[in-house]
Design a protein around this ligand. Structure first.
Ligand code: SF4
Length: 305
């Protein structure tokens, strides 16, 4: 089938099966185009709780679909590619976190939503890149183990100096690749451009930015900023939403490898197959759902920035 035929079939199946398609901003354009909702991981999981559907098809990486399942345990949650995983999330296991926590004398565990569900079951509170600073500030405790992204963690540490923030040694391979050399070159080529980067970027990159924020934060910043050119430091899939909302503006992505290959595993073919055969279903036991729900719900109650 051609792409257009696949899109038609997907929309038809979606209606027949009372399904919704949620797509992360890093998905390929064709998927974002036919999704019911586009967003960052937390926004999508929250949106899933509000939509009335029998099936949720989550186009993102596995921890995101797991979060949707935790928040919507009675619904069938599908991910079109079971191997669409997040290498950052895989850098921390439940056993490693428990061991580190004990070694450090029981600090509060703040885990980024980019963790697998078993890590969430041993976390005190979750956070996203949009609310990480506010989450850590909101805690009564002063010692925090921040899992698993060292770059987001160091950004939080800079913003919340009154607390001891202990960093896990994980990183997102996409953002970690950014080099100051590439960014300097782009700035020289586009001297009027504003620089907006994700806090998963290394400190040297963040220090050169006009704005640091989550994908949603970057999208809002670009829309409300009176500039025509922007240098963007996050995965290139964000360009779909940026161009849609700002047709007159120009965008330049840092480096040539700002692609999350895991996010790009989901194609129109695999989305079609997922809806047709109802695969791959995310299945979690009740205890895991109950334990993982607590830090996620605690996070949701914290204001986003
Ligand atoms: S961009 Fe990075 S953090 Fe996001 S899913 Fe890909 S590897 Fe994980």
């Amino acid at each position: 089938m051609t792409n257009e035929e696949l899109k038609k079939e997907i929309l038809k199946l979606k209606k027949e099966k009372n399904a919704v398609i949620l797509a992360h901003y890093y998905q390929i354009d064709d998927i974002q185009e036919i999704a019911d909702v586009r967003g960052d991981s937390l926004a999508l999981a929250i949106e899933a709780t509000k939509l009335n559907s029998d099936i949720i098809v989550f186009c993102g990486v596995r921890f995101m679909a797991e979060t949707a399942k935790v928040l919507c345990p009675d619904r069938k949650v599908l991910i079109p590619e079971i191997n669409s995983v997040c290498p950052l999330a895989d850098m921390a296991t439940k056993e490693e976190v428990l061991k580190k926590k004990e070694e450090l004398g029981n600090p509060t565990v703040v885990s980024y939503v980019n963790t697998n569900v078993d890590v969430k079951t041993v976390s005190d509170i979750c956070c996203t890149s949009a609310n990480a600073v506010n989450v850590v500030k909101s805690l009564d405790e002063n010692r925090v183990l921040f899992v698993p992204d060292r770059n987001l963690g160091s950004y939080v540490k800079e913003q919340v100096q009154e607390k001891e923030v202990i960093l896990w040694d994980g990183y997102c391979p996409v953002h970690e690749e950014y080099s100051t050399k590439d960014l300097k070159k782009l700035k020289e080529e586009h001297p009027d451009a504003k620089v907006a980067v994700h806090p998963e970027s290394p400190k040297a990159i963040r220090d050169m930015a006009d704005f640091i924020g989550s994908t949603s934060g970057i999208i809002n910043y670009v829309s409300k900023t009176d500039a025509n050119e922007f240098i963007i430091g996050t995965e290139e899939g964000i360009l779909y939403e940026l161009k849609l909302n700002n047709p007159g503006k120009e965008f330049y992505i840092i480096g040539s490898k700002s692609v999350c290959t895991n996010m790009k595993k989901i194609t129109l073919e695999s989305l079609y197959r997922a809806l047709k055969d109802e695969i791959y279903e995310i299945e979690l036991d009740e205890e895991t759902i109950e334990l993982a729900k607590k830090p996620i719900e605690r996070m949701i109650s914290i204001k986003r920035t």
